[in-house]
Design a protein around this ligand. Sequence first.
Ligand code: 7TS
Length: 413
Amino acid sequence: MSQAQTKSPLNIEYCRDDFPCINQEVNGHPLVFLDSAASSQQPSTVIDAIARYQREDHANVHRGVHTLSHRATELYEGARDKVRDFINAASRNEIVLTSGTTESINLVAQSFCRPMLKSGDQVLISWLEHHSNIVPWQLVCEQTGAELVVAPINDSGEIDVDAMIAMMTEQVKILAVGHVSNALGTINPLPKIIASAKNMGIPVLVDGAQGVPHMSVDVQSLDCDFYAFSGHKMLGPTGTGVLWGREALLEAMPPYKGGGDMILEVSFDKTVFNELPYKFEAGTPNISGTIGLGAAVDYLQMVGMNNIYEHEKVLHTYMVERISAVDGIHLIGTAKNRASVQSFRLNDIHPHDLGTILDHQGIAVRTGHHCAMPVMQRFGLPGTTRASLGLYNNADDINRLVDALEKARQIFT
Ligand code: 7TS
């Protein structure tokens, strides 16, 4: 594919200028940032929204009669409304603001599953999952005597959906599956997986950490029961995140943490918990971060999730084509349907060595197991080098990556 053919529907040059952190030199070279799957960069509108709040509106939320507290509450709750609209949740009561995907999944494991799981029950996940969608389930299984069962993946890095469906027995009390694999970029066939689980009456949690930043997500049409994601992978700040859950399920769940804000009335005899979603938001929340998350949602909607998806798809295709042509490159993760991420090996160069050489040329990639050790074990590898895209990347970034890979290959031969 020529560079002209990589022209995307997005006015990328304009978007790129909105991200101040991208526009710098690293080790004497203009930065090429290809590590958005770990954490994405933030546009000025997000940075400014946080700074403006800190300068002009800072106070605690939900508790003051004074003007600053009202303003802070309005901004914080306004961000919740933006998130509701962004993922098309039926109600703002379904938007629980958390510190990230990890906390959202732990919340479901401890509050939804722990009270109902017992010995003989199963929790079903896939081999593709990030540790955040494995370890919380291991913990709750240990606590309850339930068993963690894992659906296999094939050599391309796709879930064996038939095998997964065959594992959906009456023993399974929850299915937790990623939307997009952070290690391999595989987009899982959620409609088929969720429909099959529904048939068996199995509730479904989707780990959307790598889904929401890259494609339009409508939780109502997905028809899952919980959807978890992080602010810092979708142009927002760290320490922010969301658990979306069906209102009826959240309503029936006990609180996850105790403290201020999540109660209506406390005495030593009895505590009456607050209504949704506050029941799950104990303590002073990450107010500034959540306001930044709201600004990130505004930015993503301004650009348009479908534009972002199309742009990244074109770039991903270009990246795969270009890096495949480098002598000694071996792609890890070749699913038919994949997004924004490409893992690879270059000859037998250790990924950390390769990552260091790329960094010397101003290129930021992630190396190692990507918090998905079972995926690495499945491919018999200690780790990979992973290039991951954001909406601000362009064809020149890919060209620079390829040049740097060529240089690394020469250094190691
Ligand atoms: N689930 C997936 C699919 C992820 O990619 C990540 C983070 C998480 C859960 C956890 O998100 P957190 O915000 O709660 O930490 N993934 C990565 C990554 O690929 N590189 O660094 C973090």
